[in-house]
Ligand binder design. Structure first.
Ligand SMILES: O=C(O)CCC(=O)C(=O)O
Ligand SMILES: [Fe+2]
Length: 449
């Protein structure tokens, strides 16, 4: 669920396009509030940044006109002028066009058998805990009894929720406006509806109630973040988007695992284990910054072939009625092959408790999704665990410290310190986050955060 920063840029591209004719709609006050540092030279055409001050900033409902420019200028199709560009040669203009028209099947077909994400009917919790908690898989017969599977599709949602305002990256739009956008847009990275308050907004029940619209599959077992109650971070989202929308490479927040269930459409997933170096994805030493091509299409064009050749690459297509497991720490890129609706939830299974504790403790600066009142998520979680599951808590903390000790010893070896003679203390917040090669004392799939 973590949205990569590039996915939050869309409203600004609207702004720049709208602003292309000059300082459209800007007052002195606007100017002052968006002043750029004086070290930046003036744009030769007088183009200024507008931040989030778009024309329809406060409007959640308006008529989508097929492009950002036409929408901002209110140009209906008959008012648009077609300019003959047959003598214009520009890589800068042509590249986004290429990216917004790539053929997805070219990349998603012919998955090498060794890369295929295993597909199973269903699992019991025992099977999951014993064999599957650290591996991606798709379940084809797990969510068949969810009522939403029968009642939701793009048209029924449009009929029932057209006035409901959902979050799509940085904008809040009515479903009617989003639906128009989705059905008629050619953006390279389509705006993606990703709403964590959907259950409240749609007035549906989730979980073990008589009228629930859907519930947690049993196979993933107890979600230990439930112990945080109202203090738990954001954990469930409804995701809607057109073909080519999706999520660029990321790991899910706070070292949680996730499931992602497709209600309508089909999603192509490409995944790598926690310590893999994903082609085209550059990670800072403490993993707090991830740099990768801005769009999914750009990544597919440039890096997919190389990525597919790596032995640790996993790929699969999750169809409507199926659910995919994302293990803690796994990299994933996801693209919708058709207009689609999905539900996702992040959770903490017992098998990854020590990874989550380790993240909360040693990567405190990277924790996300908690309300700001929750000042020390690590201590809060450890306390709740200690009350409810004292043995589990003790065991997980021990495991976390052992793994941390191994990392520290390896680091000391690399930098030439002997940890036994008082090498440097570990910094809080991931100072020792360094990816080493695998060794005997760490599981192949264990993250070295
Ligand atoms: O459906 C998607 O675009 C992927 C969402 C995601 O990253 C997840 O469920 O973890
Ligand atoms: Fe994710």
């Amino acid at each position: 669920m973590l949205l990569s920063t590039d996915q939050q840029q869309k409203p600004n591209s609207l702004v720049f396009e709208a602003n292309g004719n000059g300082s459209h709609g800007m007052t002195d006050e606007d100017d002052a509030s968006t002043a750029v540092e004086s070290s930046v030279p003036t744009h030769p055409l007088g183009v200024k940044p507008l931040g989030n001050k778009s024309e329809f900033k406060d409007k959640s409902s308006f008529q989508w006109q097929g492009s950002w420019r036409a929408t901002v200028l209110g140009l209906s199709p008959e008012k648009r002028i077609k300019i003959d560009c047959s003598n214009v040669f520009s890589d800068v203009l042509h590249r986004p066009f290429v990216c917004s028209h790539i053929s997805l099947p070219k990349y998603t077909r012919n998955i090498p058998p060794a890369n295929k994400i295993p597909s199973l009917d269903d699992l019991t919790y025992e099977e999951f805990a014993e064999k599957w908690s650290k591996k991606p898989f798709i379940l084809t017969r797990c969510i068949q009894s969810w009522p939403v599977l029968k009642s939701w599709n793009m048209d029924t949602l449009h009929k029932v929720y057209s006035d409901v305002v959902f979050r799509a990256e940085a904008v809040d739009w009515s479903f009617d406006t989003y639906y128009q956008y989705m059905m008629d847009s050619h953006d390279e990275s389509p705006l993606y509806l990703f709403d964590k308050k959907f259950a409240e907004k749609m007035n549906i029940e989730v979980g073990e109630t008589k009228d629930a619209a859907y519930w947690n599959p049993d196979c993933f077992g107890k979600d230990l973040f439930e112990l945080l109650g109202a203090e738990r971070p954001a954990h469930r989202w409804m995701i809607i988007g057109p073909e080519r929308s999706g999520s660029t490479f990321h790991k899910d927040p706070n070292a949680t695992s996730a499931w992602n269930a497709v209600i309508q459409g089909a999603k192509y997933w490409i995944m790598f284990p926690p310590s893999a170096q994903v082609p085209g994805v550059y990670v800072s030493e403490d993993q707090s910054e991830v740099t990768s091509p801005l769009s999914i299409a750009e990544w597919l064009l440039e890096f997919h072939a190389e990525a597919r050749r790596l032995p640790e690459c996993r790929e699969g297509i999750c169809h409507a009625g199926e659910i995919l497991h994302v293990p803690s720490g796994w990299w994933h890129l996801v693209v919708n092959l058709e207009p689609g609706i999905a539900l996702t939830q992040n959770f903490v299974p017992k098998a990854h408790l020590s990874d989550v504790l380790s993240f909360l403790k040693y990567k405190a600066d990277q924790i996300s999704g908690f309300k700001k009142e929750v000042e020390d998520p690590y201590t809060l979680f450890v306390e709740r665990l200690r009350v409810e599951y004292p043995e589990l808590q003790e065991e997980a903390v021990k495991q976390m410290e052992e793994k941390q000790g191994i990392k520290k010893r390896r680091w000391d070896q690399v930098v030439g310190h002997d940890s036994a003679d008082g090498g440097p203390e570990q910094k809080k917040g991931g100072g020792f986050s360094f990816a080493f090669g695998f060794g005997d004392d760490i599981d192949e799939e264990d993250e070295i955060p």
